[in-house]
Structure formats: structure tokens, C-alpha cells
Design a protein around this ligand. Structure first.
Ligand code: PMP
Length: 401
């Protein structure tokens, strides 16, 4: 008998498990709208041209594979903070940001979670209801207590702004408030600039600490600056902030695991101490981060020509997603005779659309129509093309009614 009898079978991951089920389906019409990864109009994975160019440059230079320092590649850390806050931001010139390279968005969130567990014992993290499924896993495994604030209003398929503000107000003073910098996952619903100001007001009143998760900078609107506006608005108020960043989507570096955690502090002295503790957390976890993705980002951002090309490719990707969003809306509106208002689809932003389909309806999408999606009703528009919009609209209408 095995010594490991007590180890039970873990359930499949609710997001990555969808891809496994998709692979096992042999129907020609099958469509994978589960995981959030960009596909071309031919529904193929896409490596950005700027990434290939940066990799060629790296190869030509014959760079070595020596270990990086614990905090990662210096040129990457500088570039990533500047991209986020703006190169002319006072938080940068005053050296008030502690930035270390992380294992993409997930690993960077995890470093911050450990810092919270260690230095803010008992403090709660408020997360939106709903949120990206892995947020709960990350805080659970780091033993950080969390609770939810209202975010999504099923009646309007929009933002429950009043509920959100009430819940942030009602939380114990000094809580962390996890916010999606742009393109909220899974709903695709973002606060307006006026609403962001109000959110910042309440967080300041309550001495909470804002904790931004920025997984889609440049990928939501097509503009790096516009997608960072929420974070910059908070930084301009002189607040202390956590920000996790990811280059999975905007530079298509999913499997390179490249991102960063930034902690904006009230002084450069504090930032130096925070950075030293982030390094101490990283060292026994993975010692030091991988170099390849960091070099790609540093090369792309550091070269004006490549930087310009990246922006154009990001606009192209964001544009393709906006195009299928429009086509899906048009198809639903022309096919559905029930009079249902589908305009919420056009109001959403980013890679995802929250359809409002419940679990049973989502099961129908998969079992009858071979459309793979998460059971919360989220579809990834990045996995859709114009040719399949009509088919998807048929599936959604059939499942709704
Ligand atoms: N946060 C959010 C909200 C996300 O949607 C994602 C990607 N699905 C991530 C973080 C992190 O992804 P990664 O670890 O690949 O950077």
C-alpha cells in the first residue's frame, strides 16, 4: 500500500481544464473560448513580430545564460515601472517604487501576497465578485484572508457601483483592495474615470491600500497610457500602492513567465526596505527569475523602432477583438427575435465577454454546440474569428431561451 493514500485526486482547474476538454472533442465545429490567449483570424497562436526581432537581436549579441540577480534584470525593472507609471512620473524620479521581476502576473501577485501575510498580519484583501479564479487560490495558499466586494450586477450586466463603494467603505480600516487596472476579468466591465476618482476617495478615507492587478496594459484599448490611467490616477494622489504586471497578453509572452511587482512607497527609503524584503521572499521560492522574457521586454521597450512596432501590433490585436465583438453583437441582434438588449456586449472591454449565461446554459453551449467556455458565462473573444460569429450567436440564443 502506498504511503501517499491520503493524497486525493485534485479537481481540474476551472479555466485550464476547459482546454483539456476541448482537446478531447473531435467535432469539427468545436470552438475554444475558455482560456484567455490571443488567436489570429485563422484561430492560430500568434508570436508578435517585435518579439521575433528582439529574439534575433539577442541571438546575434550572443548573450550568456548567467543567473540574474534575485530582483531580476535591471533594464527590465526600469522599463516595466516606466511603462506603468509613465517615464516622467514623480514616483520614478523620487525613487519611490520598489520593483522586482516576477514569474508573470501570477508569480508577482504571489510575492505581494506573501509580503501582506508577513507584514500586515490579519489584514484582509477585498476582491471583486466575481474575479479571475486564481486570485482566491493565490491568497488562500499565502494564508491571506480575503472577502468579496460587489462588482457585477446581473440585472444590468454592468457595474454595481453603489454596492462596490458600500462594501469598500464597510471593510475594516487598512484593508487591501484588489482592483483590475483595466479590462476586468471575467466581466469586461471597467469603472469610468469619474468612478475611479470616487473609488480612490473611499480607499483614502478608509486608509485602505489599493492593490492593482494589471494583466492587460495596452491590450484593452490598444493604448499603453490609456490602460494605465487608473493606476496613474491613484499614484498622482501620492498614495502607497501595490501593482502586479504581466506581459502574457500584451506582448504574447504567456509561457515566458514575465511580469513584475511594484510597490509605490511614500519615500525612497521605504521603497529600498520593501524591495529588500521582496527579494528575501523570492530567494527561497525560486532563487531568481528567468532571463529570456525580461530581455525581450527590455529590448522592445528600449528601442524606439521596436517600441513603435509593438504599439502597432497591440492596436492590431485589440482591434481584431473589437471587430469580433461588434460582429457577435450584430449577429445576436439580427438573429434573436426575443427583443433582448445585447448592447452590454459592446460596452465590455478587453479579451473577454461576460454573456450572462448561467452554469446550465454554459453546459448547453459545450454539450450541444461544442463551444468551450468557463462555467461562469465568460467567453474569450480572442479565441473567436469573424467566420464563427454567426455560429456562436446561434449557440448563445439557443442556450439562453
Ligand atoms: N490577473 C488577471 C486578471 C488575469 O486575467 C491574468 C491572466 N489570465 C493574470 C493575472 C496573470 O496571468 P499570467 O500569470 O500569465 O501573467
Amino acid at each position: 500500500v502506498s504511503r501517499f493514500e491520503a493524497i486525493t485526486m485534485a479537481p481540474p482547474d476551472p479555466i485550464l481544464g476547459v482546454s483539456e476538454a476541448f482537446k478531447a472533442d473531435n467535432d469539427e465545429k468545436k470552438l475554444n473560448l475558455g482560456v484567455g490567449a490571443y488567436r489570429t483570424e485563422e484561430l492560430q497562436p500568434y508570436v508578435l513580430d517585435v518579439v521575433k526581432k528582439a529574439e534575433n537581436l539577442m541571438l546575434e549579441r550572443g548573450e550568456n545564460k548567467e543567473y540574474l540577480p534575485i530582483e531580476g534584470l535591471a533594464a527590465f525593472n526600469k522599463a516595466t515601472a516606466e511603462l506603468l507609471f509613465g517615464a516622467d512620473s514623480p514616483v520614478i524620479s523620487e525613487q519611490r517604487v520598489a520593483t522586482i521581476q516576477g514569474l508573470s502576473g501570477t508569480g508577482s501577485l504571489r510575492l505581494a501576497a506573501v509580503l501582506i501575510e508577513r507584514y500586515f498580519p490579519g489584514a484582509k484583501v477585498l476582491i471583486s465578485s466575481p474575479t479571475w479564479g486564481n486570485h482566491k487560490n493565490i491568497f488562500n495558499d499565502a494564508r491571506v484572508p480575503w472577502s468579496e466586494y460587489r462588482y457585477y450586477d446581473p440585472k444590468t450586466v454592468g457595474l454595481d457601483f453603489e454596492g462596490m463603494i458600500e462594501d469598500i467603505k464597510a471593510a475594516p480600516e487598512g484593508s487591501f483592495v484588489l482592483l483590475h487596472g483595466c479590462a476586468h476579468n471575467p466581466t469586461g466591465i471597467d469603472p469610468t474615470p469619474e468612478q475611479w476618482e470616487k473609488i480612490a476617495d473611499v480607499i483614502q478615507e478608509k486608509n485602505h491600500i489599493p492593490f492593482f492587478d494589471v494583466a492587460y496594459q495596452g491590450f484593452a484599448s490598444g493604448s499603453l497610457d490609456q490602460d494605465a490611467a487608473s493606476v496613474r490616477l491613484f499614484a498622482a494622489r501620492g498614495m502607497e500602492i501595490f501593482v502586479a504586471q504581466s506581459y502574457s497578453k500584451n506582448l504574447g509572452l504567456y509561457s515566458e513567465r514575465i511580469g513584475a511587482i511594484n510597490v509605490v512607497c511614500s519615500s525612497s527609503d521605504t521603497a529600498a526596505r520593501v524591495k529588500s524584503q521582496l527579494k528575501r521572499i523570492a530567494r527561497p521560492m525560486y532563487s531568481n527569475p528567468p532571463i529570456h522574457g525580461a530581455r525581450i521586454v527590455a529590448n522592445v521597450v528600449g528601442d524606439p523602432a521596436l517600441f513603435g512596432e509593438w504599439k502597432a501590433e497591440m492596436e492590431m490585436m485589440a482591434g481584431r477583438i473589437k471587430g469580433v465583438r461588434q460582429k457577435l453583437y450584430d449577429s445576436l441582434t439580427s438573429k434573436d427575435k426575443s427583443g433582448k438588449d445585447w448592447s452590454f456586449i459592446l460596452k465590455q472591454i478587453g479579451m473577454f465577454s461576460f454573456t450572462g449565461l448561467n452554469k446550465i446554459q454554459s453546459d448547453n453551449m459545450t454539450n450541444k454546440w461544442h463551444v468551450y467556455m468557463t462555467k461562469d458565462g465568460r467567453i474569450s473573444l480572442a479565441g473567436l474569428n469573424l467566420a464563427k460569429c454567426e455560429y456562436l450567436a446561434d449557440a448563445i440564443i439557443d442556450s439562453y431561451h
